[in-house]
Ligand binder design. Structure first.
Ligand SMILES: Nc1ncnc2c1ncn2[C@@H]1O[C@H](COP(=O)(O)OP(=O)(O)OP(=O)(O)O)[C@@H](O)[C@H]1O
Ligand SMILES: [Mg+2]
Length: 241
């Protein structure tokens, strides 16, 4: 499960994003960013500075107006829609501000959803691992609960395990603690940090909380669509265990 750190898992080269419309809105301007295996990166910036747009472009949920997105050593522009979908479902995991758990599914079923999307074999290959992840985040005795029977923080923990279900190289999280009080937000953040150290999965986490940013390996600050600061606070963990 451990991954070798150092390799580039995602790279943006001279990425611009302009939303077309009655008034074209520039959202990203000349973004150059490399995310390496094992790295835990936090993105800070005021509302409207381009954070969500950045994650959407990295996660192939949106295409840049110009520039390149590289994932797994491949230029996304050279891939078919099918190959892009495969990268989204196998190579990456997503966490959003609202957890989007399915109410009629149990905790375990929700966490296994990304495996189900890939296929039955993926479910059987990952079931034990996903159970173990749920245990590690304190939900071992909640596997059969429905989301409505969990607290907000517990629901978001399920969403994070779900993002890790396919053992991705990269997790993209857009304000994953934005909907939680500060205590629960910190606990969920710590959990992501723990998962990052355990699995070597790289995390890119958007937050407004500067206190959380202090826990990251690296902090990128966006201002009006540009990176105005990109600071390594500590070297990323090496995963050679
Ligand atoms: N679909 C869209 N169409 C047009 N403009 C958009 C669209 N989505 C975002 N924008 C604009 O792009 C800019 C960046 O938006 P983005 O959502 O990336 O900001 P953000 O940093 O995530 O903000 P917040 O902290 O409020 O979530 C904003 O000026 C916004 O108005
Ligand atoms: Mg946003």
């Amino acid at each position: 499960m451990a991954k070798q750190s150092g390799e580039v898992v995602c790279e943006l080269k001279h990425v611009d994003k302009v939303y077309e419309g009655a008034v074209p809105t520039p959202a990203l301007l000349d973004i150059n960013l490399q995310v390496r295996r094992g790295e835990f990166l936090v993105v800070l910036g005021a509302s409207g500075s381009g954070k969500t747009t950045l994650l959407n472009v990295m996660g192939l949920l949106d295409t840049p107006t110009s520039g390149q997105v590289w994932l797994a050593g491949r230029n996304a522009a050279d891939l078919s829609e099918e190959q892009r979908a495969a990268l989204r479902s196998r190579y990456m995991g997503f966490v959003f501000q609202f957890h989007y758990l399915l109410p009629e599914f149990t905790v375990l079923e929700n966490a296994l959803l990304p495996c189900n999307i890939v296929g039955k074999q993926m479910v059987s290959a990952n079931r034990e691992r996903v159970k173990e992840l749920l245990e590690r985040v304190g939900l071992g005795d909640r596997l059969k609960y429905r989301p409505s029977q969990l607290s907000g923080g517990q629901q978001q923990r399920v969403a994070i395990v779900r993002a890790l279900a396919n053992n991705p190289e990269l997790v993209l999280a857009d304000e994953p603690t934005g909907n939680l009080d500060s205590k629960n937000g910190f606990a969920v953040f710590e959990m992501m940090r723990f998962m990052n150290r355990q699995t070597g999965t790289a995390f890119v986490v958007v937050t407004h909380d500067e206190r959380l940013a202090q826990e990251a390996d690296r902090v990128v600050v966006l201002e009006d669509g540009r990176i105005v600061k990109d600071e390594v606070q500590r070297p990323a963990m090496t995963h050679e265990l």
